[in-house]
Ligand binder design. Sequence first.
Ligand code: ATP
Length: 269
Amino acid sequence: RSPAKRFRPSEHRNTFDDVAGMEHAKRELQEVVEFLKDPAKFQRLGAQIPKGVLLMGPPGTGKTLMARATAGEAGVPFFSISGSEFIQMFVGVGASRVRDMFRTAKESAPSILFIDEIDAVGRVRGAGVGGGHDEREQTLNQILSEMDGFQQTEAVIVIAATNRPDVLDPALLRPGRFDRHVTVERPSREGRVGILKVHCRKVPLSDNVNLEEIAAGTTGFSGADLKNLVNEAALNATREGKDAVDSEDFDVARDKILMGAKREEILSE
Ligand code: ATP
């Protein structure tokens, strides 16, 4: 199989409009968008743009969404892989997959290459005790050498995401690699209102639904949790044969999600 077949850009399109809040991250990534839209302009002025951007933050806070929206804003292909996929690969496969991936992204440049869960391959090298770790290290070394090997003129921006920046091999963070760091936090109350609005865009809401109130009652929820909340509320309304989602559906959904979270806590104890 040709690498072009193995790595297809994602069909799913997002733009910054789909991302509520995260103003800081949007500002940081706006520069990447401008670069990908017109790489020659930057090159003419000799302006350097980072090759690698590291998005750091808790699970479900929209890192993948943000990376995809950056590609959508720039109108460039988005290639993505998760670090955890490499772990299941046979010896030597990880490194060659990395090579193919970079080659495909360069052939489609300007483009974005997204590596989710980079910590799965990017943990400090030599930390493991023998067996099984060589494969991971080879994969990591290949990522490092690919990043060193490509020129800015190739107009590929590599975005990586992690919720464990503390375990990353410092080699990944050196200049010329993932040297631009963007932190994303769990949303504030105001942020949660914005996220609820995005996910309620296509949901008919009853007059008694107050998104401000729902946001106030969902402290600690991530964007992914809020998306799930809206969906559970809509499912509940459907089950009950309603033609709009009301505040009771949101209460039921919230209890269900909080119950699930509690169960996970108990199981992990
Ligand atoms: P993980 O670390 O688990 O991979 P992540 O940070 O990459 O999580 P996403 O997968 O991007 O998070 O988020 C999951 C879903 O949550 C998104 O597809 C989106 O629907 C919703 N979401 C998260 N944050 C936001 C946001 N700021 N605005 C709108 N939707 C959001």
